[in-house]
Design a protein. Structure first.
Length: 148
């Protein structure tokens, strides 16, 4: 890589989250709780991308995410790629997979739903880009959800 292409410093061990739509970068950081980490986190925003035009990238030193943490990201950025880094080398690439169920991430858009009126965790079934509330059965487009 040419020196003028190195926009964000390399990390020795950790996770690089790439191909984030720029406008979703901070939502991804929030969903992963990066503000609570004690390790270095680098967030790149509005970087040039051949695929997306502009993209976000997040580098998290010394942190490896669980599949459950990664699946949360599918709600805001379904096509991101996670690069697992050891000794400055990418040893694994993971793509985000949307799970069949999503709990505690998305708000139900039905104001009468019990999850909006009682202190309880939301629960959705996912199929064909639609989220169906487990409690009130209201459907919503996965691309137009509001996070809890």
């Amino acid at each position: 890589m040419a020196k003028n292409e190195m926009l964000v410093a390399a990390i020795e061990n950790g996770t690089v989250i790439d191909h984030i739509p720029s406008e979703k970068t901070y939502q991804v950081a929030q969903l992963l709780g990066l503000q609570n980490l004690g390790t270095p986190v680098t967030i790149g925003y509005n970087l040039l991308s051949k695929k997306l035009g502009k993209k976000g990238i997040i580098k998290v030193a010394d942190k490896f995410f669980t599949d459950e943490e990664i699946s949360r990201l599918s709600v805001v950025a379904p096509n991101i790629v996670l690069n697992i880094i050891h000794d400055y080398e990418v040893i694994e690439k993971k793509t985000v997979v949307t799970p069949e169920e999503i709990k505690g991430i998305v708000k139900c858009n039905n104001p009468k739903c019990i999850t909006n009126n009682e202190p309880m965790t939301t629960h959705f079934h996912v199929a064909n880009g639609l989220l169906t509330c487990h409690y009130c059965e209201k459907e919503q487009d996965i691309n137009k959800v509001e996070l809890v």
